[in-house]
Ligand binder design. Structure first.
Ligand code: MN
Length: 414
């Protein structure tokens, strides 16, 4: 029996008129949702997501599995989409959802993880903090493509633009996987109001310093407010403890935020601050540096050739999903070349995948690109079994696998 101790805190922050974040902290089920959408929308969306999750998992029959967790998230998506369709005031509302739940995995206890959007799950293991979830945001996509550094992404004016959220589309891709819990592991679920204000090193130091999970959660919220508190902030800290110690909350948890009725303007992206950051200027004095420059050019050409041809990406060739050799958009003079086309069509894909493919989903090898396409096909086409990579972690902080992606069956309810 795996046991947990936990603590949580949520706060409106210092700028927003209301708190549209919400969380769940129940024995064996922890979640954070960051709602968005004008007027009441954001807080309704985050509350609906957590209500649905709780209803399907806590009140459901039989052992919890990651499949059930994914289905609950997809159902939460439908609930939000349906509600928005009924109430014009709620049109356009959406929410992120990041959750972990105790699940059964081949006769042993594991943690099922699901994620949609840019709330995060971190793991503090042996004193080192690791981000487990992958953000579904524009800047995270650009970062994965090597077009922004992590530091640039952290301050980018468009960092609040999401590529995936619940409530946007009838279908949603849900990242999901399993992790084996070990005594001493500490998990942090948080909304972007934390990590946009407090950098990972500070989060790590705080999680190491404060043994009490409730104290750690409150301290993280305090630090985010101290740094500006420009968004709602939510932190749930979950410790895996020895069997006899739990399950228990370390201290009375705050109640999840109730949907407040205040109007809000969350979804609006901050105005851009210029886009010159992508350009690097090379200046040199020909007479002095001629020779060195020639050498640099030779090395750089090799590097560009290497970067331009060694990777593959999955993109669109007209309406067909296709695999290209090279980098999306090319690297200098090296244009990507079509490696393979597939039988998948654009109109079979949910909008979020089309967005990913239009940008180019970079993979490190042809095999990886094919695996990505296979995974898409398995999820989208009827009659094929769902394949979701299950890669439990073993000891060590660097063994957490990349998330796999699961989609709803191809026929959403009308
Ligand atoms: Mn937020």
């Amino acid at each position: 029996m795996t046991a947990f101790a936990w603590g949580a805190a949520t706060d409106t922050g210092r700028v927003r008129p209301s708190n549209e974040d919400a969380y769940l902290a129940l024995p064996g089920l922890f979640a954070v949702a960051d709602g968005m959408g004008g007027h009441r929308g954001g807080s309704v969306a985050s509350a609906l997501a957590l209500e649905t999750l709780r209803g399907r998992l806590v009140d459901g029959d039989g052992p919890c599995t990651t499949d059930r967790l994914v289905l609950a998230v997809q159902e939460a998506n439908e609930v939000i989409v349906d509600r928005a369709a009924q109430d014009p005031e709620l049109l356009g509302m959406g929410t992120t959802l990041t959750a972990i739940a105790l699940v059964q995995l081949h006769d042993q206890a594991a943690l099922g993880v699901v994620n949609v959007g840019d709330s995060r799950l971190y793991l503090l293991k042996d004193g080192e903090l690791e981000q487990i979830t992958e953000d579904h945001s524009l800047v995270a996509t650009l970062e994965r493509q090597g077009r922004l550094t992590r530091e640039e992404a952290a301050v980018h004016p468009q960092r609040n633009i999401l590529t995936r959220a619940l409530g946007i589309d009838a279908r949603v891709m849900v990242d999901s996987w399993e992790i084996l819990p070990f005594v001493g592991d500490r998990y942090l679920l948080c909304s972007d109001g934390l990590y946009n204000e407090v950098d990972d090193r500070r989060i790590e130091a705080t999680l190491r310093k404060l043994a009490d999970p409730a104290e750690a959660a409150h301290e993280l919220v305090r630090l985010a407010n101290e740094a500006g508190g420009r968004d709602n902030i939510t932190c749930v800290v979950v410790d895996v403890v020895a069997e006899g110690d739990g399950p228990r909350p370390a201290a009375p948890a705050d109640p999840p935020a109730d949907p407040p009725a205040d109007p809000s303007t969350e979804l609006v992206a901050e105005p851009g601050r210029g886009t010159a950051r992508f350009r690097n200027q090379l200046t040199w004095r020909a007479a002095v540096f001629g020779l060195a420059f020639a050498a640099i050019i030779a090395v750089a050409s090799g590097a560009i050739l290497w970067a331009g041809t060694r990777t593959f990406y999955v993109g669109l060739d007209g309406d067909r999903v296709a695999i290209y050799r090279g980098q999306p958009g090319g690297v200098l003079w090296i244009e990507p070349t079509l490696a393979e086309t597939t039988d998948l069509h654009r109109d079979q894909l949910p909008e979020s995948v089309v967005i990913d493919l239009e940008a180019g989903k970079v993979e490190s090898s042809l095999d990886d690109a094919r695996a990505y396409v296979d995974n898409l096909r398995n999820q989208l086409l009827p009659g094929t079994p769902r394949s979701r990579g299950t890669t439990p972690t073993t000891a060590g902080p660097s063994t957490t696998s990349a998330p796999s992606t699961t989609d709803v069956p191809p026929d959403p309810p009308a």
